[in-house]
Design a binder for this molecule. Sequence first.
Ligand code: PLP
Length: 387
Amino acid sequence: MEENILETYSRKNVSFKKGDGIWLYTDDGTKFLDCASGIAVNILGHCNEKLVNVLIEQAKNLWHTSNLFRVKNQEMLAKSLVDNTFADKVFFTNSGTEAIECAIKMARIYFSKLNQKRYEILSFDGCFHGRSMAAISTSNSRKMRDGFGPLIPGFKTIGFNDKSALNKNINNKTAAIIVEPIQGEGGIRVFPEETLKLIRHLCNKTGTLLIIDEVQCGVGRTGKLFAHEWYNIEPDIMAIAKGIGGGFPLGACLSSKNVSIGMVYGKHGSTYGGNPLACAVGCEVMKSVLEEGFLENVRNISGYFSQKILGLVSEFPAVFEEVRGSGLMLGLKTKIENITFTNEAFNQNLLLAPASDNVVRILPPLNISKHEVDIVIKLLRKTSKRI
Ligand SMILES: Cc1ncc(COP(=O)(O)O)c(C=O)c1O
């Protein structure tokens, strides 16, 4: 039956029947330790009891009404996001790509409202903002772009962390700079604090908008609710998804009130965005992540994890080049092919996610225990030894 599915992915020949916390089980009961978390999605683990319960309760009452009517769960989730971030306004989506699409449209129409011809979006080498035409237009990856042209005009990619290119390329056509504080698909590349601060400074100086993409690094993954909080900067627009739904498809575009001025009636929409089911789960995710001690625990456990990983890297210098990342968004740059490593880890029943730049991503649920970290390290050691 696999032949009926478009071949846009290279899938492992395995499917899972059941998930429980950090574990996944195949049809025959084989157990896998999941450190991919559906690519940074299942932040509370598989089948988290609280999330399952709110989803079931909501499913018994109401699934979908559309945005023609008020949706109470949507309003509650928006309030929670607004109360805990820079934002005043939220638009809900079903994915990260859609949140990015909304962010780009919002930036462009903002300047159109101000009667300014500023439309260019600056992005960084190695970025990944999704697969829509606008999202691939932010990228300089030939693999993602080739064959889809003409792409959308008004996008420009500059070098990762290239401060002089930043200074040079912001001009009177620039509408926004879009940045992931930690590039996920790009290979867990962390922007230095001084660069992010410079980006914010240049945006302030030139009236350019700052779009921060926290689709992968947001919602607690780095030990703060959002990664940009580590740098004491605020975006004008922020895209989130993945973790906010804990596994249920949900994304959002957040912005300040001023920047949202162009997004008025008729300018944007979504049939499913902000539906009662997704937002019920989103509210519960926010509640869990904001619970006292949750983020502190992410910081503690990630400190422990990093320490163990650093030990592993020095134990196997022929396999690893370096450790990257922040919190529970970790990357191992390998000296061998990263896919060789993830395949061997798979043989040891450990699921990891490859990324560009020959990096292996470790993205466990945020409530992983110390004991579970020890098991991950044991499996990573076994994998490294075999390699
Ligand atoms: C930083 C970032 N932005 C946007 C996206 C696109 O999100 P989605 O796949 O939910 O459309 C991703 C997906 O991996 C991502 O990592």
